[in-house]
Design a protein around this ligand. Structure first.
Ligand code: 2AM
Length: 180
């Protein structure tokens, strides 16, 4: 979209079944907390946020993805989302995991390592895996367990986010599948 900056990030993108489950949880959370729901087709889990990049740097990001994809164990695992929680500082309500699978932590570590080696600024805070369900929530929730959503992960994506008046729109720039 003209005028507005675009930004890119690595993410896990759910299949239709998992997205539907997350969307249902989002509806439940919305009834309780208000705010703006993430549209079903844009639900995702961010692995590494990059920000604005030039076309040349984009090629380097794809090289980073290629490098990380070569490790099959890091890209094929089940992620169980079984928590609903919120953050006061950014008024987000999210779906999260009681335990972060080791391969997911490893995937993020590998991505950050490869990004750092390629001179991209990486996140210094500990990785907090979450899927944002609501933004600008009117009320918080106390973190609670919910009916588990088992997400079979078998790859990751590089996505471009374009901010528009109707919210963020996402375009998949590249997809990496485990062992393929
Ligand atoms: P959020 O859902 O917690 O806001 C696209 O904006 C994705 O990148 C979102 O999942 C968002 O996380 C994440 N994101 C946006 N800005 C970020 C930042 N500065 N650091 C880390 N993640 C960010």
């Amino acid at each position: 979209a003209p005028g507005k900056p675009s930004r890119v990030f690595f993410a896990l993108w759910p299949d239709a079944r998992v997205a539907k489950r997350l969307d249902e949880l989002g509806a439940e959370a919305h009834a309780e907390c208000g705010g703006r729901r993430t549209r079903c087709e844009t639900l995702h889990l961010t692995l590494a946020f990059i920000g604005d990049v030039s076309p040349q740097r984009l090629a380097e990001l794809i090289a980073v993805g290629n490098e990380v994809r070569n490790d099959r164990e890091a890209t094929s695992f089940t992620l169980r989302l079984d928590l609903l929680g919120s953050w006061r500082h950014n008024r987000i309500v999210w779906a999260g995991a009681q335990s972060c699978p080791a391969p997911l932590a490893g995937l993020v570590e590998r991505l950050n390592g490869a990004l750092e080696a390629a001179d991209f600024a990486v996140e210094r805070r500990p990785f907090a895996p979450h899927v944002t369900l609501l933004r600008k929530a009117h009320t918080q929730v106390s973190t609670r367990c919910v009916d588990p959503i088992d997400w079979p992960v078998d790859g990751f994506v590089l996505v471009e986010s374009v901010q528009t008046s109707t919210g963020a729109h996402y375009r998949t720039l590249r997809e990496w599948r485990a062992g393929k």
